[in-house]
Ligand binder design. Structure first.
Ligand SMILES: [Ca+2]
Ligand SMILES: [Ca+2]
Ligand SMILES: [Ca+2]
Ligand SMILES: [Ca+2]
Length: 436
């Protein structure tokens, strides 16, 4: 029978004179083609091949072999459409051969990429046995076009129900959904560096940080939506270190206590540019109080807002009821609030006198992730600050809105993640995030 090895090595085309003269090492990538949805271990991590005792290449085997392969290039794992249930129970001590999928840095600082066939069709299902994925410090992992679903982390490590990321982690065109952490970070708990691009984090649950718990050197969330997550504290996300939220939406999350959408903890820094924080609720259980429907930012934290919309959030589980924010925020450029009571705004001249904006429901308005459209007549339309322009916190221009539609439509940039009157490009069906 033909061997089913899927190891292929590509030698980069090297222009020898150029390479030699600049001293750049030749780079070789490795590709593992997953060809089975089974959850089986690699049968020999020393051989360089993705191979199990059943003579296939599984996702777990590909990651295990990648962990033990040292190359200068990228280890690429091609993951075709399918549902990949994790079926190996967590062991004690736990590792790469049981429970969740572990990306290690065992062979050095490898860069690993996992490319699915699109989040609507390529699903890694944690089967409630453990989390789905965990990455180590010094690992680098890029995931594209994959759904991470149905992980559940319990004691002794109840952090990051879907993903616990300690290395450098990038998710592009992904969905993280229906995961649970008994402590923090229902969808993702991040401690290294993380980027979320065109990604939805939805319907996850935890005690703290229903969607995300961010304790990263830097997390960047761009063109992405965090929605319908639940927690006792910080329904959508908790930022405990440093975060950038750009052209992104936080919607429909709820907390039984405080911070329905976003919590910014003492000492944390958040740079929030053209975000929409809408329709989240604090005190969702109606018991023992809670405040900051959209946002709770600690008095000694920094929450720097640029052209951001915080409106229609609520209290007692009811949207459009109660304060949108609690604590202290800085409006670096004009931002719009619904109910300001409970929130102290530094630079109030940039946020004065503007009340709840007119926004549509969270839905597919084009692009990879759901958004709240601005409705005709919304105060947010063309309301950005002329003195600032249409930029992020690093003073870089924002060329598009969350959907990828070109800004600027109309007279100037709008407030929030959605640009009224701008037409998004056709969604690439292969990489659509599956939002209906
Ligand atoms: Ca092997
Ligand atoms: Ca594991
Ligand atoms: Ca409560
Ligand atoms: Ca505009």
């Amino acid at each position: 029978m033909k061997s089913n090895h899927t190891f292929r090595q590509f030698t980069a085309v090297v222009l020898a004179t150029g390479m030699l003269s600049t001293g750049i090492a030749a780079r070789a990538d490795v590709l593992f083609n997953v060809n089975s949805v089974a959850d089986e271990v690699d049968d020999n991590t020393a051989d360089g091949n993705c191979h199990t005792s059943s003579n296939v290449c599984t996702l777990r085997a590909a990651i295990m072999q990648a962990n033990h392969t040292s190359i200068a290039g990228v280890i690429r794992i091609a993951l075709p459409a399918g549902t990949y249930f994790l079926t190996l129970p967590i062991a004690n001590p736990s590792g790469e051969a049981d429970g969740d999928l572990n990306v290690l840095a065992a062979a050095g600082e490898n860069r690993i990429s996992i490319t699915g066939g699109g989040a609507a069709s390529t699903i890694i299902n944690g089967n409630q046995l453990d989390g789905v994925l965990r990455t180590d410090v010094f690992s680098t992992l890029d995931i594209g076009g994959v759904t991470i679903r149905n992980g559940h982390r319990r004691l002794p490590f109840p952090f990051g129900g879907g993903i616990y990321g300690a290395g450098t982690l990038t998710l592009t065109d992904c969905i993280v959904e229906l995961n649970e952490a008994d402590d923090s970070g229902g969808g993702i708990y991040a401690t290294g560096m993380m980027m979320l691009i065109r990604t939805s984090v939805r319907s996850n649950i935890a005690t703290n940080g229903g969607g995300l718990y961010l304790s990263s050197v830097m997390t960047t969330i761009r063109d992405s939506t965090v929605y319908a997550n639940r927690a006792n504290f910080g329904g959508g996300l908790i930022n405990a270190q440093r975060m950038r939220l750009i052209d992104a939406t936080v919607s429909g999350n709820s907390a039984n206590d405080s911070g329905g959408g976003v919590v910014n903890t003492p000492g944390a820094e958040a740079f929030v540019s053209n975000a929409s924080i809408v329709a989240n609720t604090a005190d969702a259980d109606g018991m023992s109080g809670g405040d900051g429907g959209g946002l709770l930012s600690a008095y000694n934290a920094a929450f720097m807002m640029y052209h951001t919309l915080i409106a229609g959030n609520g209290f007692g589980g009811v949207i459009n009821a109660g304060p949108d924010c609690s604590g202290v925020v800085v409006a670096q450029a004009r931002s719009l609030f619904g109910n300001l009571s409970g929130c102290q705004i530094t630079n109030p001249q940039n946020a004065s006198g503007i009340t709840a904006s007119t926004v549509g429901p969270l839905q597919n308005n084009g692009g990879a992730t759901p958004t709240h459209a601005l409705l005709p007549g919304s105060e947010a339309i063309d309301a950005s600050d002329d003195a600032v322009g249409c930029i992020d916190n690093q003073l870089l221009a924002l060329p598009t809105d969350q959907r990828g539609a070109s800004r600027i439509a109309g007279a100037r940039c709008d407030i929030g993640a959605y640009e009224f009157g701008a037409i998004p490009p056709p969604t690439d069906r292969v990489f659509a995030s599956g939002f209906e």
